[in-house]
Design a protein around this ligand. Structure first.
Ligand SMILES: Nc1ncnc2c1ncn2[C@@H]1O[C@H](COP(=O)(O)OP(=O)(O)OP(=O)(O)O)[C@@H](O)[C@H]1O
Ligand SMILES: O=P(O)(O)OC[C@H]1O[C@H](OP(=O)(O)OP(=O)(O)O)[C@H](O)[C@@H]1O
Length: 302
């Protein structure tokens, strides 16, 4: 592939596989960043923007962005902290997916039922920086020094098997539904942090010339996220009930109110949070609203 093709383009890193990959493709489509990724290639250019997409492991994206090798990226908040890149990148948006918790887990019926029980023993994890910092504090509180300190060992994957294999007394790993943890006979005894996917940009100054394009992409992504979060609620109501209706559906700035041909009635249109749509409709029915309709948003800028 011709390297000149990437010259001057904004570089945008996307997780190449794993839990975040599919959602990232949806975000790119929603932001109308069009591309064709040639088979087995991890870089490709966008067809309708001066952008090149770079497909990388999620855990490598913080250092690529932090070191200024790429301008923008999507990855987990957890891996930014693990890579110790939080001061070298800016989190532009939380993306609302990839939500999970980094938790300390031990065998359900084992001797370690608290963090204090586990302190000083063997802990296996892919998050050695975060786990190390967490247990440094616990060790200090418990006055564990030298050989008494908690032993943190890194492994790259299948961490949940470590206790059953006799390699660890506890693990530190991500939990979403808890299925993996329970299947391995483990339970959580503490939470190190909550995480979700984030859009990050580089703090390295030589990337600053891309700022206008970064702002454009960030605004488009914010629109995609808002479109997933809000619905449009439309209904008819008597004009005299309008103040109560506006209190139920205030919209982002104000509800849109249009006159109806029928005397004394108006049509109202307003954005409401998707998660509140059912209760909003219940409340509207109570004040006499009729013909209440909910529409999904394809995209928006708010
Ligand atoms: N079960 C999960 N639920 C939600 N988000 C998760 C989950 N597991 C991981 N993540 C998020 O996705 C990021 C990448 O994790 P993932 O396990 O997909 O990485 P990977 O090792 O690159 O992929 P793979 O598992 O295919 O090797 C994590 O750092 C975390 O932010
Ligand atoms: O609580 P759950 O919903 O079961 O999710 C947690 C699991 O998800 C992640 O691994 P993933 O399945 O992405 O594969 P990996 O172990 O290969 O990283 C994580 O490392 C856990 O093992």
């Amino acid at each position: 592939m011709n390297a000149d093709l990437f010259n001057g383009r904004l570089l945008f890193a996307i997780p190449k596989k794993g839990r975040l990959h599919e959602k990232c493709l949806e975000i790119l489509a929603g932001a109308d960043i069009q591309f064709r990724r040639p088979n087995r290639l991890d870089v490709c250019v966008a067809m309708n923007h001066p952008i090149a997409l770079v497909f990388l492991p999620a855990s490598d994206i913080p250092s690529f962005v932090g070191n200024g090798d790429v301008d923008l990226g999507i990855t987990g908040h957890d891996v930014i902290l693990e890579a110790q890149m939080q001061d070298r990148v800016t989190e532009v948006h939380r993306l609302g997916f990839g939500k999970c918790a980094l938790q300390i887990q031990t065998p359900e019926n084992g001797p370690c039922q608290s963090v204090e029980d586990l302190a000083g023993k063997r802990v296996v994890t892919s998050f050695e920086v975060l786990a190390g910092a967490y247990f440094d504090k616990i060790d200090e509180q418990l006055n564990l020094t030298g050989d008494q300190k908690t032993k943190i060992q890194y492994i790259g994957g299948s961490v949940e098997a470590a206790c059953a294999l006799g390699l660890a007394d506890g693990i530190v790993d991500l939990v979403e539904s808890g299925d993996t943890m329970r299947a391995a006979g483990l339970h959580a005894i503490a939470t190190v942090l909550q995480t979700e996917a984030v859009l990050i940009k580089s703090n390295v100054p030589h990337r600053a010339h891309h700022a206008p394009l970064i702002d454009l992409i960030a605004s488009r992504i914010a629109g995609v996220l808002a479109a997933g979060k809000f619905v449009i609620c439309e209904y008819n109501i008597r004009r005299d009930a309008l103040p109560r209706a506006a209190a139920i559906t205030p919209g982002r700035r104000a509800p849109t109110v249009s006159p109806l041909e029928e005397e004394g009635w108006v049509a109202v249109s307003s954005m409401v949070e998707k998660k509140n749509a059912a209760t909003t409709m219940d409340e509207l029915v109570k004040i006499g609203a009729e013909d209440i309709l909910i529409f999904n948003l394809d995209n928006c800028r708010v």
